[in-house]
Design a binder for this molecule. Structure first.
Ligand SMILES: [Mg+2]
Length: 313
């Protein structure tokens, strides 16, 4: 029996968390800003519709914020982490086979749940999470993790899907691949997609039907696995225990300019200690410590960003 994977991905997660505790934000344009209110890290659908791009520096959209009364929030990672935990616990109630993929995404192995109609099961998961946590989540279901990711992306956008798309044994599968830009296929980055498009491979369907030898030569074994996954042959099982981190980074962008050496020292010391705390939680050790400083002078605003890396020895 072929396996069945699902991926649950929360919609506009940070914004949705803020809305749970402030229902007045419903239907309004809302953005969440990164540490020190530097850049946009989450957008409600209404904010997306206003053309606000992910990662844009907040000062660049200050006019838009005023004109459209966009509600802005500083990120509250303690809250998002707590909400994430609740969502993952709820998901784990539907199957013990779960891989927490990021703060707002998890893969589920539903192979043992095939006695249920998987589409109905997906809707049940979705409505339970909404009811228990208040967070809207989209669910994609398919024979492989890569196809489930594609299903999820469509489930998020399609009104008809109502948040759940099941591509297992579906006539819709070819169409779903056809409307998926090759850049949006899991594991295809910008540079691979640019390269593939040069060879006439623009969507996931064209990639699935590409010549194996050509892909193997250009993308190696990862590319071959990707083709298999798109063809419904599962190459990636769930990863239950995350592999230990090879590096820890603490990047920050400042809201205001930092001009004195003492302020700089203090900031670096703070970020190093945050990194060290993460390192201890992982029960790991560092072989290398790197500090990066970058000055930027766009729009006369003086941004300085730091980054701390700790490599495992
Ligand atoms: Mg998400």
């Amino acid at each position: 029996m072929p396996p069945a994977f699902a991926i649950g991905d929360c919609n506009n997660f940070y914004v949705s968390c803020e809305r749970v505790f402030n229902p007045k934000l419903a239907q309004k344009p809302v953005v969440v800003l990164s540490n020190n209110d530097g850049c946009v890290v989450a957008r409600s659908n209404e904010a997306k519709a206003l053309g606000i791009k992910m990662g844009v520096p907040a000062f660049k959209i200050s006019n838009l914020i005023k004109t459209h009364k966009i509600q802005t929030f500083s990120s509250n990672y303690a809250l998002y982490g707590d909400m994430s935990q609740r969502i993952m616990n709820t998901l784990a109630g539907f199957t013990p086979d779960i891989e927490i993929y990021s703060i707002d995404e998890a893969f589920l192995d539903l192979s043992q749940c095939k006695r249920y109609n998987l589409t109905d099961y997906g809707h049940k998961i979705r409505s339970t999470i909404k009811q228990w946590t208040g967070i809207p989540v989209s669910i994609g279901i398919a024979e492989t993790k890569t196809l489930a990711k594609i299903a999820n992306k469509i489930a998020k956008k399609s009104v008809k899907a109502e948040g759940v798309l099941n591509l297992t044994a579906s006539h819709y599968q070819n169409r779903a691949l056809e409307i998926t830009d090759v850049e949006d296929v899991w594991g295809i980055g910008r540079s691979y997609s640019r390269f593939l498009k040069k060879y006439g491979i623009h969507n996931a369907l064209q990639l699935r039907d590409a010549d194996d030898n050509f892909i193997k030569k250009k993308m190696g074994i990862t590319g071959v696995r990707l083709l298999q996954e798109l063809r419904g042959v599962s190459c990636y099982a769930l990863e239950h225990s995350p592999s230990p981190k090879k590096g820890i980074t603490v990047p920050r962008t400042f809201k205001n300019s930092i001009e004195s050496l003492d302020d700089l020292k203090e900031a670096v010391a703070t970020y190093v200690s945050i990194g060290a705390e993460k390192l201890r939680k992982e029960r790991s050790v560092a072989g290398v410590l790197m500090v990066f400083l970058k000055a930027s002078c766009c729009n006369q605003r003086h941004f300085t960003a730091y980054s701390l890396c700790t490599g495992r020895s």
